[in-house]
Design a protein around this ligand. Structure first.
Ligand code: ATP
Ligand code: MG
Length: 184
């Protein structure tokens, strides 16, 4: 079977990447939580907030996708996020950092990116699934973390979004930025 680059398939998603000092603080908190509850803390390099998950896409379609994302980027309105909440999803066994206050600019941009990408011919699965902004910190803790764990972090003035390719290995997923759109 031919394995040429043109028929390569990539597992793609758009995400926000925390700036390095915030990623370091988040990874520090994740390591602390892993010490307390067990499980696998995400390293700083893997921390991201998914905006839109695309799933498998042929590499040949990347130029069209890039164009759609660039056009969506033009509609960006600046915003700052305050990650100030920890939550746990027992089914997925994920402990995440999130927001106490809704961030309308963030959900609006995710929705706009989605419609722009769909108009460019990409189908997004999970049509009924609502966007829930979160950033996974810890996977599969040995015991269930209690509610109300604290999270104190500097504000995050969001300065861009990225298209990432996810590779899943026995050691866990790792993500490779394919393109980044800086925003005002
Ligand atoms: P793994 O699946 O190996 O446990 P992962 O979930 O981080 O790791 P991916 O499944 O490749 O890796 O997902 C990449 C990102 O997209 C993650 O943030 C994940 O939560 C998100 N994601 C994956 N599938 C969906 C989906 N169906 N709908 C929305 N977001 C998704
Ligand atoms: Mg997954």
């Amino acid at each position: 079977m031919s394995q040429g680059a043109a028929d390569e398939r990539l597992r793609l998603f758009f995400a926000l990447l925390p700036p390095p000092p915030l990623a370091a603080a988040l990874a520090g908190r994740a390591a602390e939580l892993a010490g307390e509850y067990g499980g696998r803390a995400l390293p700083a390099a893997n921390l991201h907030m998914t905006l839109l998950f695309l799933g498998d896409v042929g590499a040949a379609r990347l130029p069209v996708l890039n164009l759609a994302a660039s056009s969506a980027a033009a509609a960006w309105r600046p915003f700052t996020l305050q990650l100030d909440r920890l939550g746990y999803w027992p089914r997925q066994q994920l402990l995440w950092a999130g927001l106490q206050q809704a961030a309308p600019e963030l959900s609006d941009f995710s929705a706009y990116l989605r419609s722009t990408v769909e108009k460019a011919g990409f189908s997004i699965g999970d049509a009924g699934r609502a966007f829930f902004p979160h950033l996974t910190l810890l996977r599969k803790p040995g015991r269930t973390p209690p509610d109300g764990l604290s999270l104190t972090l500097p504000a995050w003035p969001v300065s861009g979004f990225a298209l990432l390719a996810s590779t899943r290995t026995a050691a866990g997923a790792s993500y490779r930025p394919l393109a980044v759109w800086p925003v005002p």
